[in-house]
Design a protein around this ligand. Sequence first.
Ligand SMILES: N[C@@H](CCC(=O)N[C@@H](CS)C(=O)NCC(=O)O)C(=O)O
Length: 188
Amino acid sequence: MSEIIHYQDPQSRAMRTQALLNFYDIPHKNVLIDIRKGDNKSADYLKIHPHGRVPALSYDGQVIIESGAITLFLADLYADKMNTPKPGTPERALLYEWMLFCHASLEPQATLGFNPETKARGQAEVRRLLEGMASRLKGPHVLGEQFSLLDVILYTELAWYKTIGLYPEGLEPFDTFMQSHHERMKPA
Ligand SMILES: N[C@@H](CCC(=O)N[C@@H](CS)C(=O)NCC(=O)O)C(=O)O
């Protein structure tokens, strides 16, 4: 069996990759890289991740960095289990669209949320961006009728925005999406 080693800190972007590994029960070894203690800047870890960041994932010795790249790699590796849409289909485009929306459009707003002076601006921006995506969330799942890894991805992202106080409560269909997926996503 292939060996997967996940280098992570639970309070980091590694929550994305951890959520997928846990939810789909993918055998892996977790290595804690405590960024508050500076583990990520050790000489040994810098050989794994050249920027000293988390997450990183080693697959049979090949290291993959960037949470988005790791997610897409796992999506292909466990396509059946995760109901990953096939390449070249409109559903697959939704995987790219939601992931890049989360990583490239939404995520820069998160940094605004960490500064009390810019938090309100961050909240307004996240609301505006999600309002724009509202009509694209088909429901009950991101792909429509079929549950897939896209639900795990979106739920994990939005749960994080809730934690950092940037989730726009009262915005449909996202409230319904979060409520209806809550039970399933709860850690066991
Ligand atoms: N774009 C990268 C960002 C990774 C990243 O910035 N991780 C943060 C934690 S959320 C980190 O490791 N920070 C430690 C540092 O930069 O020193 C990804 O999505 O994997």
